[in-house]
Design a protein around this ligand. Structure first.
Ligand code: SAH
Length: 354
């Protein structure tokens, strides 16, 4: 058994992809044998060191709006959650966040939000162009959900560089169980392909332990990531939100998330891989554990403090301390204690070595 799984791991390392059965075997062994999981982690960390050294790239996360036309069953800001106090930052407020972030040392701004129709193409393109003009040394990442190809093209032309759009689940049945019928997996995947074709550094990903998700589903997601070859991958544990239908579902596993971070690092050696807020929320050592597993990015919250309590995708979401832009010194210190170094840099994807 152990030698079979080691051969599969070698295969992943050598070729950057595995088939579904290989993923299943590898994941099952990694979950049941801590020594094998540690072997995977060591391999992933060596690759992290080769591409990024001990650097930690930071991104200033600005949650621009919690209005959303979608109704993802797991998400706290879904349209039909009547408990949410809705807010929308003005373009000026967003620019102000960027200014504050730039002073603190951020050279990537991530604009994330619900699918809010107020941010139409005209308004968003103007905003992106204004950020681009004022911060020519910084990268602009958008995470604003599904939009038309024309929209993505305009935003790219206005100066956006990266786009995060987790695919959530590539298995059609699982996707359909997590979303209402009008939200279609095919459209989400088309969006991802469009983003990549336009020239964005595109980011895919999924929640670990989403309700109904099995190891076989995760194996499918890993096959998808191996084929799609995203520049970024966002994964984090599912965390229940009390006003959703999944309020009483168990949260995803931190250990499995760490194993997956390592396997993604081995599969996509130069990928930009965050230790996510959800991981940090589930485990106070989440950032450090994430870095040791092969992650290289942290995204502290740069939203105005008074709206942070309203962008609650899940319960107890962290947005202060080392998850906060103004807590950067805390993050620096935590990372230094773990042997890593927060850097002031755009932090683009380095080229793949062969
Ligand atoms: N509207 C944008 C941004 C979504 S929020 C979009 O559609 O891409 C960013 C991510 O948070 C989602 O992709 C989802 O994977 C994650 N998320 C949502 N609810 C969550 C929950 N309850 N637990 C953990 N992660 C969650």
């Amino acid at each position: 058994m152990a030698s079979t799984t080691r051969l599969i791991l070698n295969d992943l390392h050598a070729h950057g992809r595995l088939n579904h059965q290989q993923w299943l075997t590898l994941l099952a062994e990694a979950q049941s044998a801590p020594a094998f999981a540690e072997e995977i982690r060591t391999c992933a960390h060596a690759i992290r060191e080769r591409y990024f050294g001990r650097a930690v790239y930071i991104r200033g996360l600005i949650e621009i709006s919690n209005y959303c036309r979608n109704d993802c069953y797991y998400c706290g800001i879904r349209k039909s959650n009547g408990e949410v106090s809705r807010y929308r930052l003005s373009p000026n407020e967003i620019l102000q966040c960027c200014r504050q972030g730039h002073d603190l040392g951020f050279r990537t701004f991530v604009l994330q939000g619900g699918e809010d129709a107020w941010f139409n193409d005209d308004r968003l393109a103007r905003l992106v162009a204004a950020i681009r003009a004022e911060f020519p040394d910084s990268a602009i990442t958008l995470s604003l959900g599904e939009r038309s190809r024309e929209s993505y093209e305009r935003l790219f032309a206005a100066g956006a560089n990266r786009y995060l759009l987790r695919h959530e689940a590539v298995n059609p049945d699982l996707y359909a169980s997590l979303h209402p019928p009008r939200q279609r997996l095919a459209n989400r995947l088309d969006c991802l392909r469009n983003l990549q074709a336009i020239g964005y550094q595109a980011g895919a990903g999924f929640m670990v332990g989403a309700p109904g998700q099995t190891l076989a589903h995760i194996a499918e997601d890993m096959v998808f990531l191996g084929d799609f070859r995203p520049a970024m991958v966002g994964i984090g544990p599912f965390i229940p939100q009390h006003a959703t239908s999944y309020a009483h579902e168990p949260a995803g596993s931190v250990d499995l998330t760490l194993i997956l971070l390592s396997l993604i690092r081995i599969m996509l050696p130069n990928v930009l891989l965050p230790a996510t807020t959800a991981l940090g929320t589930m485990d106070p050592q989440g950032h450090a554990k994430g870095m040791r597993a092969g992650a290289n990015v942290v995204m502290p919250n740069l939203s105005p403090a008074d709206v942070r309590g309203k962008y609650l995708l899940y319960d107890n979401k962290m947005s202060f301390g080392s998850e906060a832009a103004e807590g950067l010194d805390t993050l620096r210190q935590h990372m230094a204690e773990a042997g890593y170094k927060v850097v002031v840099a755009r932090g683009d994807q380095p080229p793949l070595e062969n």
